[in-house]
Design a protein around this ligand. Structure first.
Ligand code: FMN
Ligand code: MN
Length: 469
């Protein structure tokens, strides 16, 4: 079992998935260029990079920890969380209830006290090799921090990855978007006129990091989820007054957000391929910084749609899919093409059983957790391969009458990262019904058949073709 980042790096190295960079590398832009070179293809050959000699720092940097989809599915292959959830609802699931019950035993994290003697206390962020990722970034950013908070109302825990701009050694930005867990806790603290204590883990076991990215409903603990995914309970460190962080953390920051304080954050070259628009964000005040022995600094490079975030997003959607389909019985498949930068484009398959079902299915996606950030959604019949952009373009061109089949819905939340709307995090969506229309849907003509040859002819020609070779 992989228990921490060191273990994970060893595992990647044994599998031939690690590239060690021994040349001196500048944390300003050079780490980005190396990482882009190793990951732009998005293929299974993408590798993790370990920079052993970072200019000006003693600590090594690791990037591209989740370089490919296959890396992630091997790591998480043991426990299919989506299947466990769906098995609770359906008879058809391949996973037995006993197996699910066993997996659920890992739900509750174990807690151990934080012991100062086990760590080296650092002078703020000064000795962390935090990269500057893109030329016009406002500064250096922590890009892979697991940010842990607790609700001041019901003390439920949350963990999410939110980038943190380094303002100085003891202050950073906290870029949690309005709809995210940490931000909701900060609003609760604001209402109670309290400060919000925050713990941040930089580098932890891979299950904790990916669970912090997973789009879990608010109130569901990421560290409970990671326990199931890992196949063993999460071990968390408790420190008086601070939210827990994984015991596996390489570096821990303890501090607070005063919800009444804000500062301009950005620009930052984000996964849309654009620089984010500078906007006010919460401020994280750092009180204590600890590192375990031989810490490795974990960072992520995003910026173009084919970096590791594309692999993470694809993996998490596949991982959660059985649960999504179990609660949306009109949907038979769902896909977010990486070209659509997470949720700007969403394709679903619908096997229509009654008039209007494709639209009903699209409405359900537009209302579901982080999938509700979807900007453009289209529904297709099962004969369309929603993973093949050519097949999708063909259906959009031949099954859509725009006036009837496209709806524009205004006044809805959007992804904060989408700069196209006039207001931040508020704009519009388009819904496209690209299924064949039926009489029940008012189509009064005869929907034409698609063209194909009979199987007997195809087989006969296949035999003749083989003889020509
Ligand atoms: C590398 C990386 C950087 C991210 N940066 C941010 C960010 O700056 N702000 C944000 O709100 N979400 C960011 N996310 C996405 C969140 O981690 C994700 O939406 C997560 O589900 C949030 O969890 P929550 O619902 O518990 O808040 C990032 C994800 C990754 C993989
Ligand atoms: Mn959450």
């Amino acid at each position: 079992m992989i228990k921490d980042l060191h273990d994970y790096i060893r595992h990647l190295s044994e599998k031939g998935m690690l590239l060690r960079v021994d040349a001196e590398v500048d944390p300003e832009l050079e780490i980005t260029a190396f990482t882009e070179r190793a990951s732009r293809t998005g293929s299974d050959e993408s590798k993790t990079l370990l920079f052993n000699k970072v200019k000006g720092y003693d600590m090594p940097v690791v990037t591209n920890l989740f370089a490919s989809y296959s890396m992630l599915s091997t790591l998480f292959g043991e426990t299919q969380i989506g299947e466990i959830i769906s098995s609770a609802f359906s008879k058809a699931s391949g996973i037995s209830l006993i197996k699910s019950a066993k997996a659920l035993m890992n739900l509750k994290p174990k807690t151990v006290p934080f012991k100062k003697s086990r760590y080296e206390e650092l002078d703020g962020l000064s000795c962390l090799p935090v990269p500057k990722v893109w030329p016009n970034d406002a500064g250096r950013f922590l890009t892979l921090p697991v940010v842990s908070t607790q609700s001041p109302v019901d003390s439920s825990a949350n963990a999410g990855i939110y980038r943190m701009q380094v303002f100085d050694s003891f202050t950073t930005g906290m870029h949690w978007q309005a709809q995210k867990g940490g931000s909701i806790h900060a609003s609760e603290a604001a209402a109670a006129k309290k400060r919000l204590n925050v713990s941040v883990a930089i580098g932890a076991d891979p299950y904790s990091i990916i669970s912090a990215v997973a789009p879990l409903p608010q109130g569901i603990s990421e560290f409970a989820f990671s326990g199931i995914a890992r196949g063993s309970r999460s071990i968390l460190l408790s420190k008086d007054g601070y939210p827990p962080v994984p015991e596996s953390s390489e570096i821990i920051l303890y501090g607070y957000v005063d919800p009444s304080e804000s500062r301009i954050e950005g620009p930052f070259g984000d996964h849309t391929g654009y620089y984010s628009i500078p906007e006010p964000a919460n401020v994280f005040n750092i009180e204590e910084v600890y590192a375990r022995k031989d810490p490795v600094y974990a960072s992520s490079v995003v910026g173009h749609p084919w970096n590791e975030d594309a692999a993470i997003s694809r993996f998490l959607l596949e991982y959660m899919k059985p649960a999504i389909l179990a609660v949306n019985d009109s949907i038979t498949d769902i896909y977010l093409p990486p070209e659509g930068v997470f949720t700007n484009l969403c394709f679903i398959s619908v096997k229509k059983r009654f008039p209007g079902e494709a639209k009903r299915a699209m409405f359900s996606v537009l209302g579901l957790g982080q999938l509700s950030f979807t900007k453009m959604i289209a529904a297709f019949d099962p004969d369309i391969d929603i993973r093949d952009l050519r097949s999708v373009a063909w259906a959009l061109s031949t099954r859509v009458d725009p006036e009837r089949d496209m709806q524009i819905i205004g006044g809805v939340p959007t992804d904060t990262l989408d700069h196209t709307s006039n207001l931040s995090a508020y704009g519009s969506k388009v819904m496209i019904d690209a299924t064949k229309k039926t009489r029940g849907e008012g189509y009064s003509r005869e929907w034409p058949d698609t063209i194909s040859l009979p199987a007997s002819i195809l087989e006969a020609v296949e035999r003749k073709w083989k003889k020509m070779e």
